[in-house]
Design a binder for this molecule. Structure first.
Ligand code: NAP
Length: 240
């Protein structure tokens, strides 16, 4: 079914994949609420006609305040795109990495997403056709060595997605996993090649969501997931 005339909340909506998703879904006559933390980006997006909401996913108190704001304003949410994420690349086995970054990466990529999802369930239940989409990563299927903590957060969210789907199976809420390939955003600014354009990615993902696919991704990532499952040694060579 076409995704149009829906109220859609996108975390990590101020840049990269989330922003491209937001722009595309807005063009399709959806009411898009973009969430992020950067005040300048949020202001610019309001001027572009988006509704925005500041929410720091590393801070549970801030999440709860944002949810109250949403509850006071809206009767329902149709689609929650849990898309925010950070990736701090470092050698965990080396010396001198600031320990608080490990906790922050987990707080944003895992704890914050789970809290937000739980607190939004009542508003999702009020929708006629609610969907939750969780953005994970191929690194959640096979880790990269200079991003072990990031990879672990994405593995956790892959597991959470499957569990949530079963936990909600007697409700009308559909749960989807979105696995971007390496995509050209701020997160991959240090990588020079092999990146997909976020626009090309989003143009492929929205029709998959409309068809109700559970795992939203592109062909080479589907192949990688099988390789990671069946032949971890080959997956290691690909990632390296
Ligand atoms: N790019 C890739 O190759 C790739 C591949 C696989 C998976 N992914 C996943 O795709 C998702 C989007 O990534 P991207 O590539 O679009 O990255 P990006 O351009 O760096 O965007 C990250 C988004 O997360 C938000 N964010 C960061 N810290 C936050 C916090 N404390 N609280 C709330 N929001 C916060 C940022 O908003 P503010 O700046 O406003 O805080 C921004 O909108 C992530 O979950 C990422 O792990 C990306």
């Amino acid at each position: 079914m076409k995704i149009t005339n829906k109220r859609i909340l996108i975390t990590g909506g101020t840049s990269g994949i989330g922003l491209v998703l937001g722009r595309k879904l807005k063009q399709h006559n959806n009411e898009v609420i973009l969430m992020g933390t950067n005040p300048e980006k949020l202001l610019t997006l309001r001027k572009e006609g988006f509704t925005t909401l500041s929410c720091d996913l590393s801070d549970p108190v801030h999440i709860e305040k944002s949810i109250v704001e949403i509850q006071n304003k809206y009767h329902h949410i149709d689609i929650l795109f849990n898309n925010a994420g950070v990736q701090y690349n470092y050698d965990l086995t080396g010396q001198g990495y600031p320990l608080e970054k490990i906790g922050k990466e987990i707080a944003i990529n895992v704890t914050g997403q789970i809290i937000l999802t739980q607190l939004l369930l009542p508003l999702l239940h009020q929708s006629n056709d609610p969907k939750i989409i969780l953005t994970t990563s191929g690194l959640g299927a096979f880790p990269k060595q200079d991003g072990l903590n990031y990879s672990a957060t994405k593995a956790a969210m892959r597991n959470f997605t499957v569990g949530l789907r079963y936990a909600l199976k007697n409700t009308h809420i559909q749960v989807h996993e979105f696995i971007p390939p390496v995509t050209d955003t701020g997160m991959t600014r240090d990588r020079s090649e092999g990146k997909m354009s976020p626009k090309v990615l989003v143009d492929q993902i929205i029709p998959q969501l409309e068809r109700g696919r559970k795992v939203l991704t592109v062909g080479k990532m589907r192949l990688f997931l099988w390789i990671a499952f069946l032949f971890p040694g080959i997956a290691h060579k690909i990632i390296s």
